[in-house]
Design a protein around this ligand. Sequence first.
Ligand code: SF4
Length: 219
Amino acid sequence: MTKNKMKKILDIIGEMFPDAHCELNHSNPFELTIAVLLSAQCTDEMVNRVTPRLFSKYKKPEDYLAVPLEELENDIRQIGLFRNKAKNIKGLCEMLVKEYDGQLPRTHEELVKLPGVGRKTANVVVSNAFGTPAIAVDTHVERVSKRLGIARWKDTPIQVEKKLMNLVPKEDWTQTHHRLIFFGRYHCKAQNPNCDSCPLFDLCREGQKRLKKNHNDKN
Ligand code: SF4
């Protein structure tokens, strides 16, 4: 992959999804962190169904600490892995209160030390809430990057992230993350990518391979 080809790919995706943005509803960095934590192995749509009530009940870390774990579990029980996530939210809030005076730290290094916050979550938070450029690699970004030959199939999410960072100017990292997510979520889907109507078809060996296979299977 060259920087020129990468730019071409991102320009085309940008035309398809000019409004690509974070789809998790939130009104401050703390809410975004909770929403991203809840979104692991769960759709943003489901998280957005649960958070309006959750965020009106729990406004700050102290509020989450003031209820028993079972009550918090109950408040998020529609979300997959809710027990583990409730435990992590409690742990995260405890650390925020004890070590950060109840405020969310602003750096990636500090964020990844919080319970339940991994590299991807920290990248989403610093880029969306604090304006620090970052490319969070979620399942969509990883799949699309591999299909388009930006990364190799055996690459780990961190390797995919590094390759993207090398190919894209820093000021475009956050927008690249949003564009690749939208492209993966709404076009180059996990099960049925729309290869036959894809504007990136000529640039995508995976898409060409898939269509050829479909054609051969039919004949
Ligand atoms: Fe995805 Fe198919 Fe487009 Fe390639 S051609 S980017 S696999 S939809």
